[in-house]
Design a protein around this ligand. Structure first.
Ligand code: NAD
Length: 476
């Protein structure tokens, strides 16, 4: 069950407000609960409190940060069902996937608890020449200070976790603005953090829409803006001033099925179905472009279409539902429009293609021109397109013919093609013998080109949230 209403968090404390925002059940479209909305004064107080918490957070020892993170791990385990249900309602995420996301939330905090006591420096060898005899160099990592976080709707828990947990491990106070359509996950994380002895002002969770989030982007007291979301991130970067900015944005991930995959097609299809349609394709590394070698293209197509047609769509609260709604009707309408546009441009719908409100059928297409939006832009819905390729050179060019570069997948038994993919695909990561949608929370994760700048994955986020500080010491 969801609570009737949820507070926001200002300087570690829950706050009520006259202004409330509705959160809808994304399947029924009804109001599921309401959240308190801070006014501009509260936003300013949250920033001032974060600034004041800079030194107390820096002095909050690694073992104490670890204890806070370990407490969260424990409490998330205890509140697992409630968290999964909240995601299922607020995001329309099938309950199985919602439960999977709680597992990842727990793992991300668990990793951060480990990393909190492992933030190390280096000894730098300064023995460059005789005149430097007796000089020694050392580095350590110091927390940046107050940081701001803005997160998207599609992983309301784990993408919050990927900012919050490293910030605690690094010793940075933070102000978080979760996605306004899915704030509940972040608010439960806030409730758990409020039980800990984090220094006052160490965190605020503000339910704001984008229009009211300007201070999180522009205020120079923040030393870092970490944003996960759509291409709007580039505009925010332009407004962010001198602070560091990390952007985790979208993609139109490609997956190559190499000529030697005939014997493995069952496994390949299983993974493609999951990668393209899991969470109704609303993942930044959802499989959107499938490139299969011409020798097995027809067979793959036939079996893939059959598998997709079997997917059970409907109420995300039911255990056997695979495909729930998209986040709202407008999102489904947008992608449906792209499918129609691709069809008019010569594309063939192999299965799906119909929409009912926010429910869009799992759709596969072929012959989609590379100029069509469904090919070039991020579909971010239950959609994938198939194209045959002849040579490996050709498919490398096909995959790279994109403005995005988050992750790509390749199924191959050829070590040299795997190495070529790793070397030649312009991506943040290449996944061999699995889908581009593969992510484990302790791996570096992020993109190139329009997909963003910087890497998450707890250790790398901690690097972003800390600065190297050098000491040079001369022997007397
Ligand atoms: P979105 O960009 O619409 O919203 C993301 C966040 O930005 C929300 O909290 C929103 O309120 C806020 N926002 C929007 N306009 C703003 C403004 N002017 N000022 C300040 N904040 C503003 O994205 P979304 O629809 O919630 O999420 C989907 C997008 O996120 C997709 O493009 C997806 O690929 C991307 N994404 C990327 C990753 C990644 O790790 N690379 C992960 C998940 C989602």
């Amino acid at each position: 069950m969801l609570a009737k209403s949820y507070p926001y968090y200002l300087a570690n404390q829950p706050q009520t407000s006259k202004e409330m925002m509705d959160v809808l059940d994304k399947y029924s479209g009804k109001v599921a609960t309401r959240v308190a909305v801070p006014d501009a004064k509260a936003v300013e107080k949250a920033i001032a409190a974060a600034v004041k918490a800079t030194v107390p957070m820096r002095e909050f020892k690694p073992w104490a940060r670890q204890a806070v993170l370990a407490h969260c791990v424990q409490r998330f385990k205890e509140r697992r069902e409630e968290l999964a249900y909240a995601l299922c309602v607020e995001a329309g995420k099938p309950i199985k996937d919602s439960d999977g996301e709680v597992t990842r939330l727990i793992e991300t905090f668990f990793i951060a608890a480990d990393e909190a006591v492992r933030i190390n420096g280096e000894t730098i060898n300064l023995d460059l020449a005789k005149r430097l005899d007796g000089y020694h160099g050392y580095t350590k990592r110091v927390p940046l200070g107050p940081v701001s976080f803005i997160t998207p709707f599609n992983f309301p828990l784990n993408l919050v976790a990927h900012k919050v947990a490293p910030a605690i491990a690094a010793g940075c106070p933070f102000v978080l603005k979760p996605a306004e359509r899915t704030p509940i996950g972040a608010l439960i994380i806030g409730e758990v953090l409020a039980e800990t002895d984090l220094p006052k002002g160490a965190f605020s969770v503000l339910n704001l829409d984008g229009k009211h989030a300007g201070p999180l982007v522009e205020d120079p007291r923040f030393k870092l803006l970490s944003f996960t979301g759509s291409q709007i991130g580039w505009d925010l970067k332009a407004r962010a001033g001198h602070k560091k900015v990390t952007l985790e944005l979208g993609g139109n991930a490609a997956c190559i099925i190499d000529a030697d995959q005939g014997p493995h097609l069952d496994h390949v299809i299983d993974r493609l179905v999951f990668g393209a349609f899991y969470q109704s394709g609303q993942s930044c590394i959802s499989v959107q472009r499938i490139y299969a070698h011409e020798s097995l293209y027809e067979e793959l197509k036939k079996r893939l279409v059959a598998a997709v047609k079997k997917l059970k769509a409907g109420d995300p609260k039911k255990k056997d539902t695979f495909l729930g709604p998209m986040i709202d009707e407008a999102a489904a309408e947008r992608l449906h429009g792209w499918i129609e546009e691709a069809r008019k441009a010569g594309g063939k719908v192999l299965c799906g293609g119909k929409r009912n409100g926010a429910m869009l059928e799992a759709t596969l297409m072929e012959n989609v021109p590379t100029s069509a939006k469904a090919h070039r832009q991020e579909a971010f819905g239950p959609f994938a397109l198939l194209s045959p390729f002849r040579t490996f050179d050709e498919v490398v060019d096909m995959v790279n013919d994109s403005d995005y570069g988050l992750q790509a997948g390749i199924f191959t038994d050829s070590l040299s093609n795997a190495m070529r993919a790793w070397n030649e695909l312009d991506q943040g990561g290449v996944i061999v013998n699995d889908i581009p949608s593969f992510r484990v929370d302790n791996m570096p994760y992020g993109g190139v080109k329009l997909s963003g700048i910087g890497r998450e994955g707890v250790r790398w986020a901690i690097e972003d949230m800390t600065e190297l500080r050098l000491m040079v010491m001369r022997e007397r």
